[in-house]
Structure formats: C-alpha cells, structure tokens
Design a protein around this ligand. Structure first.
Ligand code: F6P
Length: 360
C-alpha cells in the first residue's frame, strides 16, 4: 500500500486541480494499491490532522475547474515553530511530522509557491518524504522557467488591458492598470507586452516620475491622446525604493493611497492636463478556469511528481528547465526568488519597440 498525502498551500491559482488530477491519475494508473489523503486548507490540515480519504472519482471532472478542491490557507513559514495551542505543547512543525507518521504516509505532495516551498523544505529536513509542484501566478519560483497559473493570469490581465484600451482611446485618458505578481514583474511584463501597454512598470526596474511623464508627453506629441501603463503591484519609484518596506507602507497610508499605483496616478494628474484613472483587476487574475497551456503544464507537473514518488525520489521540486519538466532538490528552490533579470530578452525587445520602463 502506497499512502500519499496531498495539500495545496498559499494563494490559489488556476491549474491546482489539474495538477492534483495529474498526480492522482498517474498514481492510480501505475500502482494498484494507492491511497491519497487530501489535507484540507493547506498546511492547516496537516497541522490539525484534518484530511479526507480521496476516491478516484474525486479527481474526475476537475481538469477545467479553478481554485482548489482541497481548499488552501496561508501558514507563514516564520510561524512554523510556533506552538499550535498558544504557549506550550507541540509546535506546528512537530504536529505536521506527527500527523505524517500517524497517518502512515509514504510521501507528501505540496502544491505551493515560495512560502510553501520553505515549509516543504523544512518538513523534508525533518525526514519526511516530500515532493513539491510549482504553483503561482507570479512565476517567481526559483529554478523554474514556468509555474502553473501564470499563463491563465497573463490571459486575464491581457484581456483587462485590451478592454481598457478602447475606453482609454475614447476619452483620451491615462490608465494605470495595477497587476499582481508580488515582488516579481513577470505577469506585468508578459501582459503588458501582449496588451500593447505603452509603459510597463515592474518591481525589478525602479521608475522615475520624470521618465514616465516624458513617455506620455512624447505620445501626446505624436497625437496619441491616451496612454496605458501596466504597473506591477510591487513597483516603486527610485526614490521610494530607498525607503524600508514598512516606512513605504506607512507613507502610503498617511497619504491615503491604497497602493503605489494610486500614488503615481496622483502625481501624474498633478503634472498633466489629462484625466488619469486606475484599474485594479485584483484577485480576478487568479480566478476561473485554467487556460489550455496551464491544463497541459499542470498535468505534466502532476504526472512527473507521481513518477518521482513511484521511483522513490523524494525531497524534489518539480520545475521546468529549458522547456523540459525535470526536478531540483527542494533546498535549492526554497528561500530564493525568480525575479525578472533587468537585461532579459523580453525587456530588451520591449524597450526596442519603444515601451518605456520609466528608468530612462
Ligand atoms: O502570490 C500570488 C498573489 O496573488 C500575489 O500576486 C499577490 O501579491 C498575493 O498573492 C495576494 O495575496 P492574498 O491572496 O493573500 O491577498
């Protein structure tokens, strides 16, 4: 009997169910005696021993389903050594190790992003057999060229930019579209190029207000009375990037800006004789059905993860390198981030096409 635990952790995204289906179908197909335990709401389920014994039918009909059938939660890595019940007793980490053993698991599959990789790595260091799958719309998992959720989010963000284009053109307005991505600019860079944004602002390249203004004024001179700015939520001006994160958050709060996007909008409004609007698609970018690319990629990741389990290769993260699915040791992946290299091909090409990144 092979007993495999599975959990989805951190922010949800498209393709989680497709990936779990990939794991399950491969395991059921290649091994006659498999039991899968689905932990509820991410690491919360493993900490509390809250699981459901899954049936093969639980994995049917979920390929196209968004979200996660297991539920998810954020259990910050920095709290892994906190006591489960207040001041004494077991730590969260100890509880997870105990439940893994009590529930006779042979392996735990963690579908997660950066934070979840740190917790998965810790469990692996504690001696548990762990496999991780790369989930996030941010595409910021170290060591992997791709993550499932990313392409679906790019599709949605591009649709938003497309839609904003028509209204921006009609009114001759400046639109700032705030896109997700946490500290990484991948989603904004891809959607910005795909949606024909005029200015792309990402956290990896600090912008200067005067350069953003110059790019808009240049368009106005060419008779283009509207401009579209695709701005990643983590982007900052050069000046603001010198502040600590807490000082920056405090400054935004004091000035009444919900995010840096609104600060830029106010600054542009002051300088330009044009109306400026902000659009925030927010969590919609993580919602709905996975796009065909994510269905395929998530299925591949899931199937590859199952193959690792059947070969007894544990402590591995499933990743994509040179367009191929492969795996890396979890400790090489955990604790680092895949950010946009400022000199990468797509940034270079975008600049050559006249897209401003606000840095020159
Ligand atoms: O990591 C995925 C992500 O959607 C980020 O792009 C975003 O910064 C964050 O999660 C939002 O977190 P929450 O769902 O907790 O609001």
């Amino acid at each position: 009997m092979l007993r495999v635990g599975m959990l989805t952790s951190g922010g949800d995204c498209q393709g989680l169910n497709a990936a779990m289906r990939g794991v399950a179908k491969t395991l059921y197909e290649l091994n006659d005696d498999v039991e899968i335990l689905g932990y509820q709401d991410g690491f919360r389920g493993l900490i509390e021993g809250d699981y459901k014994l899954m049936k093969p039918s639980d994995f049917s009909g979920i390929l196209t389903l968004g979200g996660t059938i297991l539920g998810t939660s954020r259990q910050p890595f920095k709290e892994i050594d906190n006591y489960v019940n207040g001041k004494d007793g077991e730590t969260r980490c100890e509880a997870m190790v105990r439940n893994y053993k009590e529930q006779n698991l042979d392996c735990l599959v963690v579908l997660g992003g950066n934070g979840s990789h740190k917790s998965a790595n810790r469990l692996s260091e504690e001696g548990l057999n762990v496999i991780t799958l790369p989930k996030t719309i941010d595409k910021d998992i170290y060591g992997s060229e791709m993550t499932f959720g990313f392409q679906s989010a790019v599709n949605i963000a591009t649709d938003v930019i497309d839609g904003i284009h028509t209204t921006a053109t009609s009114h001759g307005r400046i639109f700032i579209i705030e896109l997700m991505g946490n500290k990484a600019g991948w989603l904004t860079l891809s959607a910005g190029v795909a949606g024909g944004a005029d200015i792309i602002l990402i956290p990896e390249i600090n912008y200067e207000l005067e350069n953003v203004l110059a790019a808009i004024e240049e368009r106005n001179k060419q008779g283009k009375k509207f401009s579209i700015i695709a701005m990643a939520e983590g982007s900052k001006s050069k000046e603001d990037s010198e502040m600590s994160s807490s000082d920056y958050a405090e400054m935004l709060k004091e000035k009444g800006y919900p995010s840096g996007t609104y600060k830029l909008a106010a600054e542009l409004s002051k300088e330009l004789d044009q109306e400026v609007r902000v659009t925030v698609p927010g969590h919609y970018q993580r919602g709905g059905s996975p796009c065909p690319y994510d269905r395929v990629f998530a299925s591949e990741c899931g199937a590859y993860g199952a193959e690792l389990i059947l070969k007894g290769k544990f402590g591995r993260s499933v990743v994509q390198v040179n367009n191929e699915i492969t795996s890396l040791p979890i400790d090489e992946v955990a604790g680092k981030k895949n950010l946009v290299p400022t000199n990468c091909e797509l940034v270079r090409v975008a600049k050559d096409m006249g897209i401003s990144f606000g840095d020159e």
